[in-house]
Write a protein that binds this ligand. Structure first.
Ligand SMILES: [Zn+2]
Ligand SMILES: [Zn+2]
Length: 221
């Protein structure tokens, strides 16, 4: 916790963590497709530029958060219940992302922003980072607003950031399977969304799609 109170250490950790996550995304996705001999979407120069811009935005979006933290508007706790705060973050964002994603398919201007991510109907190793930069900006700002409003446990917050990333990586792994998951979202669930954009809007879990009737049923194939 003291580590992030020093400006230089904070930015050094944040930038390193973001670059590491980007590199690991490429390594994990590439290795996965190689092992399973999946055909991957060709990697274009445009995808590469786009993914680097999104990586930079993911870092820069922490600026307002850091300023709010430095001025006492964001208070991280270390004495609250770690699992409770993680569950709160997980389900709040699972629902918020479902709603935002639904809006991204039906409401202007979100609809316009989301087109780029859907140019991939199957994946290359950076599909997770191929999106309109404003989409990653919106996610970062939503996260900032959440931690201003709720003083969550610092370690729950870190765990949530990690889980959000790893579930994003898993969601963009190629697959030939059509067996939809029962509770947590995965690569089959999210690839189905890329191919059938009116279904499977959820990210971490499939519960909101089940509740609101947007779940994909294999009989549609
Ligand atoms: Zn996607
Ligand atoms: Zn979508």
């Amino acid at each position: 916790m003291q580590l992030i109170e020093n400006t230089y250490t904070f930015w050094a950790i944040l930038i390193t963590a973001n670059i590491l996550m980007y590199v690991c995304t490429i390594l994990i996705s590439h290795t996965w497709s190689k092992i399973h001999e999946f055909k991957t979407l060709p990697l274009t120069k445009q995808d590469m530029y786009n993914s680097i811009i999104v990586l930079v935005i993911n870092i820069l979006v922490a600026i307002p958060g850091y300023l709010l933290f430095s001025n006492g508007y964001i208070l991280f706790r270390t004495d609250t219940h770690l699992i409770r705060d993680f569950v709160l973050l997980f389900f709040f964002f699972d629902f918020a992302m479902y709603v935002l994603h639904l809006a991204s398919h039906h409401v202007w201007p979100f609809k316009k922003f989301h087109v780029k991510h859907h140019t991939h109907t199957y994946f290359n190793s950076i599909s997770l980072y191929v999106m309109e930069p404003i989409e990653s900006l919106l996610f970062g700002l939503l996260l900032t607003i959440f931690v201003v409003l709720f003083s969550v446990n610092f370690y729950s917050f870190l765990a949530f950031i990690f889980i959000n990333w790893i579930l994003g990586v898993i969601g963009h792994l190629n697959t030939k399977s059509i067996n939809q998951p029962q509770f947590f979202g995965n690569h089959i669930f999210h690839k189905t969304h890329h191919q059938h954009p009116n279904h499977n809007y959820g990210f971490y879990t499939i519960i909101w799609d089940k509740i609101f009737g947007t779940i994909f049923k294999n009989k549609h194939i």
